[in-house]
Design a protein around this ligand. Structure first.
Ligand code: CIR
Length: 253
């Protein structure tokens, strides 16, 4: 079960966020409205939500998931793979220190975006991507091992992050799409396979037996509801324009 979430408000500078989506520029007011609805949804799942102020220096700053890996008794502040995002971690580290001891850090030359890391109980699957390198995965695993957790790596070629194509929904269920569908390392899971046309919805978020699913993917919502979860659909169109999705917008613990 999760009790807490940390989010950061989008700033007006979000129009300068990194993107490969080709979906046009996000609208600031619409992004704020979608962010409000996201916070409401987290609260309706029973979470206490800490809302950090927007920081205009960091156009991608609302994607807090990438800046830290959090779990019971441990937070690891990452070193994001994109230069423009590295400074986001300063304020995140201060915020996490209010909830976690220790707060470990990833050091150069390692890079890690925690959007590449999927928690399954005490095990962490780490995608090696353009943002997360071998040194980064190595440092993450060292920190995990010191605290009774473990991790393993999976190389990815498609999508921005590992979790762009997969989500763990607890009870051994995953939703998965694209190149990850046939990965032998994931064979132990009960897979809900998402068609490539609906790939965005592979980024869904389990919170206390409810699952947040991006709006517009009825087949995915139905498949997740059939697993016995209450589905909450949320419009995140403005964040999808920046290659972001539901999980990226919060740290949950
Ligand atoms: C970036 O390229 O870093 C942002 N525009 C999107 C980050 C999305 N984060 C995530 O999938 N965990």
């Amino acid at each position: 079960m999760f009790n807490q979430a940390i989010v950061r408000r989008p700033g007006k500078s979000l129009v300068n966020g990194i993107t490969t989506a080709g979906l046009g520029q996000p609208d600031y007011q619409q992004a704020l409205d979608q962010h409000d609805a996201y916070i409401d949804a987290l609260q309706s799942c029973g979470l206490t939500v800490t809302v950090m102020h927007a920081d205009e220096h960091y156009p991608d700053g609302m994607f807090v998931e990438d800046t830290a890996l959090v779990m019971p008794g441990l937070a690891i502040v990452t070193r994001p793979g994109a230069d423009s995002r590295r400074g986001e971690t300063v304020s995140i580290k201060k915020q996490l220190a209010q909830f976690f001891d220790p707060v470990e850090i990833i050091e150069a030359p390692a890079t890690v975006d925690a959007g590449d890391i999927m928690m399954v109980g005490r095990h962490f699957y780490i995608g090696l991507s353009e943002r997360t390198n071998e040194a980064g995965a190595g440092q993450i695993i060292q920190h995990l091992n010191k605290h009774g957790y473990h991790g393993s790596t999976i190389s990815i070629r498609e999508g921005l992050h590992f979790k762009s194509s997969i989500s763990y929904l607890e009870n051994n269920h995953i939703v998965v799409t694209g190149e990850l569908v046939d990965k032998p390392q994931l064979a132990e899971f009960n897979s809900v396979v998402i068609d490539s046309a609906d790939a965005c919805s592979a980024n869904s978020v389990w919170i206390n037996n409810r699952v947040l699913v991006p709006a517009g993917f009825a087949t995915t919502s139905q498949a997740i509801a059939a697993l016995g979860y209450e589905v909450i659909e949320l419009d995140v169109s403005e964040f999808q324009k920046l290659d972001g999705g539901l999980s990226c917008l919060s740290l949950r613990f």
